[in-house]
Design a protein around this ligand. Structure first.
Ligand SMILES: [Zn+2]
Length: 428
C-alpha cells in the first residue's frame, strides 16, 4: 500500500481552477489542467510517493510484481496490467465528438492497422491497443454532456423549431424514416457533407438556434444553447450538426453516465471522476483538431435511439459507500463520504477485498490503516494504491468531512458479478 500522486494532463479544454484548488495549489493555474490520471498508463503513470519522498512510477511497480500487485484472477483476465484508468476530469470547454469500439472491433482494428504497417504512435492511428474502452463518469459539479442518439420524433420537433429552410431535405430524411436507419443516413450525410455546403448549413442552423432562443419558451432551450456554443468554438464543423441528434444530458453531483461501446458522446463542461478500461481507442467525428476518421467511426457507432435514463448506472448504497454498477468487467467505481465528527455519518469503513484498488481523495483527508501496520494519511488530490497482497485496511476520516472514490476490479475482488438489468443488452 502506497500513496500515489496523479499526473496532470494539460489539454486545452481543461479548467484552470478545479484540479489546482482540490490539491490546494494557487488558482488559476498557469496552464489548463484537464485531467488528473491515477493509473499505470504508460503515457502518464501515477507516481508512488514514499515517506522518504523517493518516487517510482506505478507502471514500474506493477511490472516488477504483477501477481503480487494485481492478484491471480486479475492477471488471468486482463494480463499483467492494471485494467482500469481512474481520472479526475475538469472541462471548461467541450471535448471531441467520439465513440469507442467493442472488444471485437478493437481487436480487429488493431490487427488491421498492424497489418497495414501504421506505427503505434502515428497521428492517424485509430487502434493503439486491442482493448475496448467502456467509460463511466460521476459528476462532482454540475456536468453537461451529449450522449446517445435522441428519439427521432423529438429530434424532428427540434429541427422544425429551428425554421431553417436549408434543413428541409435533412428533416425529410429523418421524418421519412424515423428510426435507427434514418439516424444513420442523416448522421452519415452530415458528417460527409462537402465543405461548401457545410459553410452554408452550419451558419444557417446557428442563426435558427439564436432566433429560436430569442423567441422565448422552448422545449429545447439547452439543446439550442449547445448548438450556439459548439458553433462558436468550432465554426463550420459537422459536429455542430451532429449535436442536434444527441441527448443533452445534465448531471448533478453524484449522478453518473455510462458509455458502452458504440455510444456517440461529447463532454461539454464540468468536473467529475471518470473510470475507463485502460485503452486509448477513440474514434472521433468532429469538434477537435485531433485525428478524425469518419468511415471508421460510422463502422462502430450504435444508432439505436437511447433514452437518457438508460445511460445512468444503477447506484447501490452499502453503508457509507455508493456503488455505481455497470457491466464493465475492468472496473467498479464507488464514492465514499466519511464524517470525521462521527455525528451524522460513519467515520470509518473497512475494505477486505482482494485485487488492486485505488482510493482517490476528492476532499478532506483520509487515514488508511492496514491490519497490523502503521496508518498513512492521504489528502485531497492524491490517492492510495492498494495491492492484492496487502492486508485488509480500515479507512478513517482525517478531516471533518472526507470524500474519496474507490476503484477496484470486480473479477479480482469477486464483486458485482451481476450485470444490472438496465444494461443487460449493452453487455458484451
Ligand atoms: Zn469517450
Amino acid at each position: 500500500m502506497r500513496i500515489i500522486e496523479g499526473v496532470v494532463r494539460p489539454y486545452a479544454w481543461g479548467s484552470r481552477t478545479a484540479i489546482a484548488s482540490m490539491q490546494g495549489r494557487p488558482v488559476p493555474s498557469a496552464h489548463p489542467e484537464a485531467e488528473l490520471w491515477f493509473g499505470s498508463h504508460p503515457a502518464g503513470s501515477a507516481r508512488c510517493v514514499d515517506v522518504a519522498g523517493v518516487g517510482q512510477d506505478l507502471v514500474d511497480v506493477i511490472d516488477s510484481d504483477p501477481i503480487g500487485c494485481l492478484g491471480p484472477s486479475c492477471t488471468a483476465a486482463f494480463g499483467d496490467r492494471l485494467p482500469f484508468l481512474l481520472k479526475v476530469l475538469a472541462a471548461d470547454e467541450p471535448l471531441s465528438l467520439q465513440a469507442h469500439p467493442s472488444s471485437e472491433q478493437a481487436r480487429a482494428g488493431f490487427e488491421r492497422e498492424n497489418a497495414r504497417g501504421v506505427a503505434l504512435d502515428a497521428r492517424d492511428r485509430n487502434y493503439r491497443d486491442p482493448w475496448h474502452k467502456p467509460e463511466l463518469i460521476v459528476a462532482t459539479t454540475p456536468f453537461d454532456a451529449l450522449a446517445g442518439f435522441r428519439a427521432p420524433e423529438q429530434t424532428i420537433r427540434l429541427l422544425r423549431e429551428l425554421q431553417v429552410s436549408a434543413l428541409d431535405p435533412y428533416l425529410g430524411m429523418l421524418a421519412g424514416q424515423p428510426d435507427s436507419e434514418g439516424l444513420r443516413a442523416l448522421f452519415t450525410t452530415w458528417l460527409t457533407l462537402p465543405e461548401s455546403l457545410l459553410r452554408q448549413l452550419v451558419p444557417a442552423v446557428l442563426g435558427g438556434a439564436v432566433d429560436a432562443l430569442s423567441a422565448g419558451e422552448s422545449e429545447f432551450t439547452s439543446e439550442l444553447r449547445t448548438v450556439c456554443e459548439l458553433g462558436e468554438a468550432y465554426p463550420n464543423d459537422p459536429g455542430v450538426l451532429a449535436s442536434l441528434l444527441l441527448n443533452n444530458i445534465h448531471l448533478e453531483p453524484g449522478q453518473g453516465l455510462y458509455l458502452a461501446a458504440g455510444n456517440l458522446h461529447a463532454y461539454l463542461r464540468g468536473t467529475g471522476v471518470e473510470i475507463m478500461a485502460n485503452s486509448d481507442n477513440v474514434l472521433r467525428g468532429g469538434l477537435t483538431p485531433k485525428h478524425i476518421d469518419v468511415p471508421e467511426l460510422l463502422r462502430v457507432l450504435d444508432f439505436t435511439p437511447v433514452d437518457v435514463a438508460a445511460l445512468s448506472p444503477e447506484v447501490r448504497t452499502i453503508g457509507a459507500e455508493r456503488v455505481y454498477l455497470t457491466p464493465a468487467p475492468e472496473f467498479r467505481l464507488s464514492r465514499v463520504e466519511l464524517d470525521g465528527t462521527g455525528l451524522r455519518h460513519a467515520s470509518s469503513i473497512c475494505f477486505d477485498m482482494p485485487g488492486p484498488q485505488i482510493l482517490a481523495v476528492l476532499s478532506g483527508a483520509i487515514e488508511v490503516r492496514p491490519a497490523g501496520g502503521a496508518p498513512l494519511t492521504v489528502s485531497a488530490g492524491r490517492a492510495m494504491w492498494i495491492t492484492d497482497d496487502d492486508p485488509d485496511v480500515i479507512v478513517r476520516a482525517a478531516s471533518a468531512r472526507a470524500v474519496f472514490y474507490r476503484a477496484l476490479v470486480p473479477v479480482a475482488a469477486d464483486a458485482n458479478p451481476e450485470v444490472p438489468s438496465s444494461f443487460a443488452s449493452a453487455a458484451e
